[in-house]
Structures are given as structure tokens and as C-alpha cells.
Design a binder for this molecule. Structure first.
Ligand SMILES: [Mg+2]
Length: 204
């Protein structure tokens, strides 16, 4: 049951891409547990953001599911392993969303969540709705989307969030220019992105 409006609490959130942002990406996409390696200082960054009150929400395209190169069960195992790597610093994510579809690989089950695939905003909207059901309103103007690809920046901007590009992973700064989807900041990595947010979050 949805809480009364008066019981709602307003929070800030970081919407986070996974591959190339929190963990190292792989050219063939991440399909096995031995590929899971945290990007340097990602755990410290997420710990700092969490201590500052941000909810941490993963928003990840996993089109490999529709392609048949990774199962949903394996994606869940990979996410669980990542969470266990973040845990020692108290940096585990609060919610995890991934989009299973791929436009070139039609699949009825995966395509039911077609609107989740970035740059579409279905996952962000689902997260906002799920947090609202817990009595938490996400303040978009104080919330950020952080990712390494142009689609991450575009998804964040389309959802009304502030967008930051990280140069780890694909670091698609040029593509952001080409598509005229410009992040407000380009950070060398997630740690620098969070440092920027914590210094500047009150000055949009
Ligand atoms: Mg990525």
C-alpha cells in the first residue's frame, strides 16, 4: 500500500551504470564471475555518497540476456558478487535494476521490459515508483545519473536527473558532443564524480 503523501520523505539518489562505472567492463560483456573487478576507489566513492545520505541505485543494460550469452541467474550472481566486494566499505547498492532486452535479438520475455533499455528511462521510473511505495520521494534535482556511455547521460537527462560521465569504461565524451547530450561534469572515475557531487550538490 502506498503511504500517505504526508508520510513521504524526500531523498537524493545516485543512479549508477554498472559496467565501466562500478566494475571494469569487458569487450565481450561480463558473463562470468571471474570478470568481476571493482574499478579503483569505486567502493570508497559509494561509501562516501551513502554516508552523505544518497540512495544508490544500479541501472544496467544487460542485453546479453536477449542475445543468449548470459542468463538472468548469472547476472544476479555477478551482481551479488559485486555487492559482496562493496560490503567491506559499507558501500552496497540499495536497489538493482537491469534491462534484459536487445533491439537486434527479439525475445518475448525480454521485450516485455523493452522500455527499460537505456537510453530509455523505464528503469529510473521503476525505481522512483518502488521507492515511493516505501514512502521515499526521490528529488530529481538533487539526484544524479553516472555512467561511462552516451546512453547513460541521455537516460539521465531524459529522466530529469543531473548527468555525469566517467572516463573509465567507454568514456564516451565525443559521442555525447555528437548527440548533443552533454553531462554537467566529466569525471576521471566514479570517485571523482562523487567528490564533485559532495562539494557541489547544493549548487545546481
Ligand atoms: Mg557502462
Amino acid at each position: 500500500m502506498r503511504p500517505n503523501q504526508s508520510d513521504m520523505q524526500t531523498i537524493s539518489a545516485l543512479f549508477l551504470d554498472r559496467d565501466g562505472t562500478i566494475i571494469h567492463d569487458s569487450p565481450d560483456s561480463i558473463t562470468s564471475l571471474d570478470q568481476v573487478r571493482l574499478i579503483e576507489r569505486a567502493d570508497d566513492a559509494l561509501s562516501l555518497a551513502k554516508q552523505d545520505g544518497f540512495k544508490l541505485i544500479m541501472i544496467s543494460n544487460q542485453g546479453g540476456i536477449a542475445k543468449g550469452i548470459v542468463t538472468k541467474a548469472r547476472v544476479d550472481e555477478i551482481n551479488t558478487l559485486m555487492q559482496s566486494m562493496l560490503a567491506p566499505k559499507g558501500a552496497t547498492l540499495d536497489a538493482l535494476y537491469y534491462a534484459p532486452s536487445h533491439p537486434s535479438y527479439p525475445d518475448a520475455d525480454c521485450d516485455a521490459l523493452k522500455r527499460w533499455r537505456k537510453p530509455d528511462t523505464g528503469m529510473v521510473e521503476q525505481a522512483i515508483s518502488d521507492f515511493a511505495a516505501q514512502g521515499l520521494t526521490i528529488d530529481l534535482t538533487r539526484s544524479f545519473f553516472i555512467g561511462d556511455k552516451q546512453i547513460d547521460v541521455e537516460c539521465g537527462l531524459r529522466a530529469g536527473l543531473r548527468a555525469i560521465l566517467v572516463k573509465t569504461g567507454y568514456g564516451e565524451a565525443e559521442k555525447c558532443q555528437e548527440k548533443n547530450t552533454l553531462p554537467e561534469f566529466i569525471a576521471s572515475d566514479l570517485y571523482e564524480a562523487v567528490a564533485y557531487i559532495l562539494n557541489r550538490a547544493s549548487e545546481p
